[in-house]
Design a protein around this ligand. Structure first.
Ligand code: FE2
Length: 384
């Protein structure tokens, strides 16, 4: 076996983990900027977190301007609030947008330049601000990944920034925080997590530890996503979804995602559809294309998703994984791209550019079957 690397921040998980925010944050700073979206505080989701900070004598200021997409402007505005209030710690509470915005603030607070200067791998020179991440969705895995996706609306690009300096100090993973998620967000973030697990598992950079995490995550997510979607108050399903998203967060960030994520980023940038929906709409088509790159692993995915593969050939088993993913996406009422308000006209206009953009960022290169821009264009058309 060749050498492999595994990196992970400290993780505290379980019901009420977020009520330990003060206890853990006090080790990293005296005044926190809480980066969150404009709704979570209103519905009371931050109450326990704020109380625990007050109890631990950690002062805080709230920056709640983040919406569904992590725009570069939010990080720039958040940086001003961070500096104006002399903060020395970041606490993100929310989905991937909030956590990635906090990572953007962290970069800008410790490095001269604008965020596009740091796009790509290892371009952040200085360590960032200590960051405590508290996810409120079971999807992105950003609480444990040393990367951020931030939208540059001037260039219509979703920038992927990867650096060890983006790693969080601690992730507080509390399934109670995911209970208020509406069905649509449960579906999109859950399908994002499933895509991480499948892509992290079949990636050419995968190794024994990441395989263990990603394969178990595939099982947990496919078993529990339907139940968490059907009844958001099902705390067992919410807990298992949170653990599944966390496991694959630790798994895929050490093995990489692959072609689906490469193709989903341009879709999100041009059409502003939620990241998990873009993944879900592309996943079956790209799986079908990729199967010959590693049929044995796809057969294992089918088994993990509960398909009966007894007596079937490896190849027949592998194709069951595609069927299982299609069925799950259908059940969650995720439409194909055509049903997402993307007009044929606009799609035709940008599909060639998207096919080139899909190769930027590098994740497509970790697919076990390599795709040319022409093949990617065909895949977009097929998914449409
Ligand atoms: Fe993702």
């Amino acid at each position: 076996m060749m050498t492999a690397m595994f990196r992970s921040p400290v993780v505290v998980y379980g019901l009420d983990a977020s009520r330990k925010t003060g206890e853990y944050s006090v080790n990293f700073g005296k005044k926190a900027l809480i980066v969150t979206d404009n709704n979570l505080d209103k519905i009371g989701l931050l109450d326990g977190i704020k109380r625990s900070l007050t109890d631990a004598r950690v002062d805080f200021v709230i920056f709640d301007k983040v919406t569904t997409e992590p725009l570069m402007e939010y990080a720039e505005e958040g940086l001003k609030v961070f500096k104006k209030n002399n903060c020395d710690l970041l606490i993100s509470v929310g989905g991937g947008s909030c956590m990635d915005t906090a990572k953007g603030i962290s970069i800008l607070a410790s490095n001269p330049g604008r965020l596009p200067d740091f796009e790509g791998m290892n371009r952040v020179k200085n360590p960032g601000i200590p960051h405590v991440a508290i996810p409120t969705t079971a999807g992105t895995g950003s609480e444990v990944t040393p990367s951020a996706v931030i939208a540059d609306s001037e260039r219509n690009v979703k920038m992927l920034i990867m650096s060890p300096h983006l790693g969080t100090k601690i992730a507080l993973v509390d399934p109670f925080l995911t209970v208020p998620m509406p069905q649509s967000i449960t579906a999109s973030t859950g399908m994002d997590a499933l895509t991480h697990a499948i892509e992290g598992y079949i990636s050419v950079k995968a190794h024994t530890i990441t395989d263990t995490l990603n394969l178990h995550a595939i099982q947990l997510i496919s078993e529990n996503l339907p139940q968490a979607w059907a009844d958001g108050t099902n705390i067992q399903a919410r807990t298992n979804m949170m653990i599944g998203a966390l496991e694959t967060g630790m798994g895929f960030c050490n093995s990489s995602v692959a072609l689906v994520h490469g193709m989903a980023r341009p879709l999100g940038a041009y059409f502003h559809i939620p990241h998990g929906i873009a993944n879900a709409a592309l996943l079956p088509t790209v799986m079908e294309f990729t199967i010959w790159g590693n049929p044995r692993k796809y057969a294992k995915i089918a088994e993990a998703m509960g398909e009966n593969t007894e007596g079937l050939s490896v190849m027949d088993s592998a194709y069951l994984a595609v069927e299982a993913v299609k069925r799950l996406a259908d059940g969650l009422k995720i439409p194909p791209l055509r049903g997402l308000g993307i007009s044929q006209d606009k799609f035709d206009k940008v599909v060639e550019q998207m096919s080139n953009d899909a190769l930027v960022g590098g994740s497509a290169g970790f697919n076990p079957r390599k795709a040319t821009p022409g093949e990617i264009l065909e895949l977009y058309r097929k998914a449409y």
